[in-house]
Design a binder for this molecule. Structure first.
Ligand code: 3PG
Length: 216
């Protein structure tokens, strides 16, 4: 696969998503019902973060048992995490930041990958490695929409997925920015709902959110 094809695949996944839930899964048995609940609410592109001991097994279970979900791996911190994501069969990888080593490994990998950036210099390093779709993290805390617009000045062709501090109240404002392809966040799957198995509540929240962001 060429780097262009890989970037096109990444952009297509993010554009189809509108919202990408950032999932932290503590119990393996929650993985499949959670993915089904999200998909039932119209949210198909999922980021399973490598933040818990069961994360990789949870992602694997979702990939195997919920084929309608487009499962990516988040919190990729190094080349080993990236290789793990690819071996699991993830459709994409995403990071809160990047290191030169991670960018090099991702440039050599076929896995569509979105590095994280919060400054112009970080964005320049991502672009130099061939990555023009990036996660802007932590979006609200790193300057919000004003910072995004300032970055779009010198870098008009980048595509952005902001994450960090985004929720039901401000998702539409971010999505109205021309460079924003999708927004990410943990608000679509509150830890308390996962813990209590409130799958219907998660489905309802997803459906409500998508309806408000993409009115028929
Ligand atoms: C992430 O990794 O993208 C963040 O943890 C999500 O941020 P949020 O919890 O503010 O949505």
């Amino acid at each position: 696969m060429t780097a262009t094809t890989r970037q096109e695949q990444l952009a297509a996944i993010f554009k189809s998503a509108t919202v990408i839930p950032v999932l932290t899964i503590d119990r393996l048995e929650d993985a499949v019902p959670l993915a089904r609940a999200l998909v039932a609410g119209g949210v198909r592109v999922l980021e399973v973060t490598l933040r818990t001991p069961v994360a990789a097994d949870a992602a694997k279970a979702m990939i195997t048992e919920v084929p309608e979900a487009i499962v990516g791996i988040g919190t990729i911190l190094d080349a080993d995490d990236l290789a793990r994501a690819r071996a699991l069969g993830a459709k994409f990888g995403i990071s809160p930041g990047a290191t030169p080593e991670l960018l090099k490994a991702a440039a050599a990998s076929e896995l569509p990958f979105a590095p994280g950036i919060a400054t112009a210099s970080e964005l320049m390093q991502a672009l130099a490695a061939g990555f023009d779709l990036v996660k802007f993290f932590p979006a609200e805390q790193a300057g919000g929409i004003k910072a995004l617009r300032a970055l779009a000045g010198p870098f008009p062709n980048i595509l952005i997925c902001p994450t960090g501090g985004i929720g039901e109240a401000n998702a539409a404002t971010w999505l109205a920015e021309p460079n924003v392809v999708a927004v990410g966040g943990s608000w679509l799957c509150p830890a308390a709902d996962i813990r209590s198995g409130n799958w219907a509540g998660i489905t309802a929240m997803c459906a409500r959110t998508l309806k408000s962001l993409k009115p028929a």
